[in-house]
Design a binder for this molecule. Structure first.
Ligand code: PDD
Length: 281
């Protein structure tokens, strides 16, 4: 792979970042994942707008190449011949040449910018979407600014491992009795014509796919209800699904061992997946 690091396109084994980089030492970094279908970037402006917001919220400098990000994404797609896949982008606060809890002076520190591609043939025609995925519920013990897309992904990684150990595919996190979101996706249930997903706040990531899917749901005459729901309510729902840049709309067919609906992907989830893929490409 050819990757991008701080202004240079390099073979991945030649790309380096300082050991004092704050994303490495403190998880003091933010990231975005944008999907690529047919060589085309999906929902790119939304991802870049959220990146800018993450930087502002953490008082982080913008990387010098901020205005060239579209060009950099396109060049990486081209250099790596990506037809279907993902582009990962990370901005770290940078390195002050030593370890220190205090942020380095914003006047002097330069953010680190890294991008790489992941080729994923079959991302759109994912067999998992035909079968649906199994979810377990776990407690949400993450920090209180989940609206900022930081590189602090230890607990979501652990959640994914807990799911795998339990023979499931992913986990939904629960706080004060209500589902916040999935380890790396937003969570939904369907009741009749209603698509229900948690309201936006600092408690969840404001999914770019979520915004598009809710728009498409309204356009398709589905009712959208942005509110919290419990695992018990989810177990009794007609359908459930998750959304993210890497899964688009992915049906959920089991929660904590209990079958959702017929135990097969629901018609609304499949319809929204189809619309999302058609409209984004
Ligand atoms: N994750 N919630 C969390 C906690 C996420 O990590 C993600 C995305 C989402 C969905 O956001 P979007 O629709 O903008 O992708 C919700 C990415 C895909 C990742 O970490 O790989």
């Amino acid at each position: 792979r050819t990757v991008y690091v701080n202004g240079e396109y390099l073979p991945e084994d030649q790309a380096t970042v300082s050991i004092f980089d704050r994303s490495f030492l403190m998880a003091d970094g933010v990231y975005e994942v944008t999907s690529v279908l047919g060589g085309k970037l999906i929902d790119f402006p939304g991802h870049m707008a959220r990146l800018e917001r993450s930087l502002v919220e953490l008082d982080m400098n913008k990387p010098e190449a901020f205005d060239d990000l579209l060009e950099i994404h396109r060049k990486l797609v081209e250099l790596n011949g990506i037809d279907e896949g993902l582009i990962y982008l990370q901005v770290s606060r940078g390195s002050a040449g030593d370890r220190d809890f205090a942020f380095p002076d914003t006047e002097v520190v330069k953010p680190t910018l890294v991008l790489f591609t992941q080729s994923k043939p079959g991302l759109a025609d994912n067999p998992a979407a035909r079968k649906g995925i199994k979810i377990i519920s776990i407690e949400d013990i993450r920090w209180g600014r989940r609206d900022v897309k930081t590189t602090q992904l230890l607990y979501p990684s652990m959640g994914k491992m807990m799911a795998k150990k339990a023979g499931a595919d992913d986990a939904w996190m629960v706080e004060d009795g209500f589902v916040t979101e999935g380890t790396s996706n937003n969570a939904y249930i369907v009741k009749g014509n209603k698509i229900i997903t948690r309201q936006l706040s600092n408690d969840i990531l404001h999914g770019i796919t979520r915004a598009a899917v809710l728009r498409f749901a309204r356009e398709a005459q589905m009712d959208v209800e942005e509110r919290s729901f419990t695992i018990d309510e989810a177990k009794e729902a007609d359908e459930a699904f998750v959304t993210s840049a890497s899964t688009f709309v992915m049906p959920v067919v089991e929660i904590d061992g209990e079958t959702i609906g017929e135990g097969t992907p629901g018609p609304k989830a499949l319809r929204l997946r189809e619309i999302y893929l058609d409209e984004s490409r």
